[in-house]
Design a protein around this ligand. Structure first.
Ligand code: FES
Ligand code: FES
Length: 165
């Protein structure tokens, strides 16, 4: 089958790749582009482990054809941390022990970041509702929710440089 040549903006960088017409974005990210942070939990849109953003909108990469990203902008967990270090969501997940096996974590990080970009001061209910599509078999969710609320608070009121944590 003829492979398609796709050009996209991936985590801010112009990127191109070849794919089969039926290939999912998840498979291309992991198998062609070696971005294995995005996980496959189910492959059927049920678990959220494969969450990425497409033009800023949260999508399941297992339900998105790779060809659909032509000319668009894709964000994966690899683009979340900055040169200065972990994103506050990542840091707070560590501090609150909001992960165990870690399979759900990249999807939760991407989903939570998308939430906080839309709503910087979400209620606990809003965080729980937003993450309803991200399943975690390990943590019981509570630590994840606390971590995201804490990260939101820190993003709104960043600690001053040099101040004790
Ligand atoms: S792998 Fe995509 S939703 Fe589970
Ligand atoms: S930490 Fe194991 S699935 Fe969430």
């Amino acid at each position: 089958m003829t492979r398609m040549h796709i050009t996209t903006r991936l985590n801010g960088d112009e990127t191109d790749f070849l794919c089969e017409p039926h290939q999912t974005l998840l498979d291309v990210l992991r198998d062609e582009l070696e971005l294995t942070g995005t996980k496959e939990g189910c492959g059927t849109g049920d678990c959220g482990a494969c969450s990425v953003t497409l033009d800023g909108r949260l999508v399941c990469s297992c339900l998105t054809l790779a060809a659909e990203v032509q000319g668009r902008s894709v964000g994966t967990v690899e683009g979340v941390a900055g040169p200065e270090g972990l994103h506050p969501i990542q840091q707070k997940l560590l501090e609150h022990a909001g992960l165990q096996c870690g399979v759900c974590t990249p999807g939760i990080v991407v989903a939570a970041k998308a939430l906080l970009e839309r709503e910087p001061d979400p209620s606990e209910r809003e965080v729980r509702f937003w993450l309803a599509g991200n399943l975690c078999r390990c943590t019981g969710y509570d630590k994840i929710i606390r971590a995201i609320l804490d990260a939101a608070a820190e993003i709104r009121n960043p600690p001053e440089a040099g101040a004790p944590a």
